[in-house]
Write a protein that binds this ligand. Sequence first.
Ligand SMILES: [Zn+2]
Length: 576
Amino acid sequence: MTATAPREEQLWSRCAGCATLLYRKRLRRNLDVCPECGAHARLSAPDRLRQLVDPGSFRPLPDPPADVDPIGFVDVVPYPHRLTAARAGTGLGEAVVCGTATLGGHPAALAVMDFRFLGGSLGCAVGELITRAAERALDDRVPLILVTASGGARMQEGVLSLMQMATVSQAVAALREAGLLTVSVLTDPTYGGVAASFATNTDVVVAESGARMGFAGPRVIRQVTGRALPEGFQTADFLLRHGQVDMVVPRRALRARLVALLAAARGGRTPAPGPGDPAAPAARRPVPRQQPAGAGRDTAPADATDGDPWATVRLARHPGRPTTLDYLDSAFDGFVELHGDRLGGDCPAVVGGLARLDGRPVMVIGHQKGHTTAELVARNFGMASPAGHRKALRLMRLAARWGLPVVTLVDTPGADPGVGAEEQGQAAAIAESILALTVLPTPVVAVITGEGGSGGALALAVADRVLMLAHAVYSVISPEGCAAILWPDRSAAPQAARALRLTAPDLHRLGVVDEIVPEPPGAAHDDPEATAAAVRDAVRANLLPLLDVPPATLVRRRRQRFRRFGAARAAAGGVR
Ligand SMILES: [Zn+2]
């Protein structure tokens, strides 16, 4: 919908989404988003920069590279003629605009691609400019933001344009090693060599609403497969569902979201949130007290367990018990959820992302159950798939790279035991998560908030400090599963619960748990707010002393902590 020349078309433009004729000034005021259908029109790089950075803060990088026509490419017209025409048509020197700026006061280096310039194609000069932007970020020790819009590599520069994928990726890797945040913002369209390199190998991948991204374009795929493509194929929402992007953000919220990411990666200096900023810390809303059907109080005694582990099991499973998202809402601030394992999935049973604990940025990762049957089903009852474990792994590594502590909230009956999970390598996914935690060079505090079910729980619980809510349980197997194997039938679950030593006091005595977090009178579901406050206080108290420990010492102690269990148990002969 790039309207050109005649006067009437400068006053009016037609929405590419719904064909409504829109008054141009009104459209501009709305950030080039159609007020009728919400379609996001493509932006030029200068317009994009105006929308994203603090006014007057942009400084373009000096010395644009000299003209390149490395292979003397000619189709119907020589390549230099096409370059000249693109320059005249856009007023730009190349298909990317690079420089430094501030966003909400946070400095960053930016490279913003412009699709109008030869389809935003990646040639040698574009690769060189983006690489320089990355090098500038490294020199200044600031984050790098890449806004992509491209059909792919520039064919007029042959295999040399292909090499730019590697060149820019190396520059991104250098920022990664330096612990500097890299963010790509996928805008419509992002395809080919750009999609297959720096658009997706950054720390955080944000897709603008409606953006499409893929390696092969839809036309090519239709030709190859001879089939119609599914509805919404390669759109931002499709990418989110398949674990390829962290978030889909509408244009009006994009700047605020980037500011929140920059703030988190920088050490938590909180910028002033803009109005309507979805990442702004919302006023704490009380955690709703859930009384789901079938969860009447008589199913679990509200005030006491009378020391009966089976009663504790039922409290730990109570559907009104606060979930990870409840804690994120009440014990933490400014949660920015990150999605996807980058391998094809986004497991709903694991949630994670950046948040603040008393103003300090942390990475929070936890199992997510739900309060109602519908929520529980949608979250697979908090049973993580391999994609969930790989998402957790990705977030742990991001946290380590950024120097953020990790807080995990454990509440799962166990890892997803389905056929699909097996096919996708559930065992290996858990194993890799556990291994990664043993060497993670950043503080890790785990809280068993509800059910700590076997390997699925341990995948998030190899930590420097392991806390446990008073009525949570943590066990190698469910009491029912244990009863089915060792007793005549599942009805022996209460006996199994007693035998398994799965309560907080038992595990504290065993040294598996470092601290028991008290629950309000009754249990957590009777006062979710008080529970959240207790969790917040306990995490803070346990995290603070870890922050000054050198990473190597931290890792050594963590490994010692988990190594000692075998020996301790042999010497003490178990509990008591
Ligand atoms: Zn429209």
